[in-house]
Design a protein around this ligand. Structure first.
Ligand SMILES: [Ca+2]
Ligand SMILES: [Ca+2]
Ligand SMILES: [Ca+2]
Length: 270
């Protein structure tokens, strides 16, 4: 590629970037600064882009192409704008929000499936028939279930044993998965409402109990018909006091402001 071809190519790429982000065509097909750029800010950008466009037009009529200084300034501006864009968008928070959206959706799915099971199964058993509670059959009386080993009980939680199952069966819906309910008992009503049990998108128990990113479940001893499922939000947006707070007890009806609780008694100690 000759020097002239490289100069033309560079001009085309930069012009395209500016056209896409900061400029638009007027009725005479001439580029001008956008009236509203895609990200923010103040009138400073208008002058900046105008200077650049004037430079581009001069260059179009000047066989010498860009000077080194112009090219360096342009690269510098693009670098600054890229940095500002990353800071404004905060990709770490955006990814956390996406995982939280998944958690909210998963708990909604699990809650509906459990309510369906309670409403239609002929012989409901919210603690299932698992025998991995210290060798004994589990009951609602002393256990809670979690999607990963090592999950801690909540600060108010008076029960002591956390139940986890092998990774191989973690997502089974027949009572051997992380939730002990046998959803296949709904065969007369179209079968299990779930094909697999969802698990937390991170599924990590590192840190304190309030930093754990796992799903938890327990049922109550009163009549074996009450349960709670919860998850921990990690984004600012969905956490307690965030813009879309789902964790505060005034929002979810639970008893722990630091986690999102669903179920027919979300106020259980979990
Ligand atoms: Ca809560
Ligand atoms: Ca939280
Ligand atoms: Ca609770």
């Amino acid at each position: 590629m000759t020097v002239e071809m490289r100069q033309h190519f560079t001009r085309l790429v930069i012009l395209w970037l500016f056209s896409f982000s900061f400029a638009e065509h007027d009725t005479k097909k001439r580029l001008r600064p956008k009236s509203e750029p895609f990200f923010c800010c103040g009138p400073w950008y208008t002058e900046l882009v105008q200077v650049f466009l004037i430079s581009m037009r001069k260059t179009e009529h000047n066989v010498s192409g860009f000077t080194l200084i112009e090219l360096l300034i342009t690269i510098g501006i693009l670098a600054v704008l890229a940095t500002v864009t990353v800071l404004v968008m905060n990709p770490t928070e955006l990814f956390a929000q996406a995982r939280d959206s998944q958690r909210i959706s998963d708990l909604g799915t699990l809650n509906k499936a459990t309510l369906f099971y309670l409403g239609f199964a002929s012989d409901t058993n919210l603690a299932g028939d698992q025998e991995n509670c210290g060798g004994a059959t589990c009951s609602c009386g002393g256990y809670f279930w979690a999607t990963a080993p090592g999950a801690e009980r909540g600060t108010q939680f008076t029960f002591s044993v956390v139940v986890t199952v092998d990774t191989a069966t973690l997502r089974e819906v027949n009572g051997t998965g992380w939730m002990p309910i046998d959803f296949t008992a709904l065969a007369d009503f179209g079968g299990s409402p779930l094909t697999v049990l969802p698990i937390d998108p991170t599924n990590s128990v590192s840190g304190t109990a309030l930093e754990e990113l796992v799903y938890k479940y327990r049922c109550n001893t009163d009549n074996g018909q009450h349960y709670e499922i919860n998850a921990n939000m990690e984004s600012e947006r969905y956490s307690q006091n965030g813009g879309r707070d789902v964790e505060s007890n005034t929002k979810d009806g639970g008893n722990k402001d630091e986690v999102y609780e669903v179920g027919n008694i979300p106020g259980l100690s979990l």
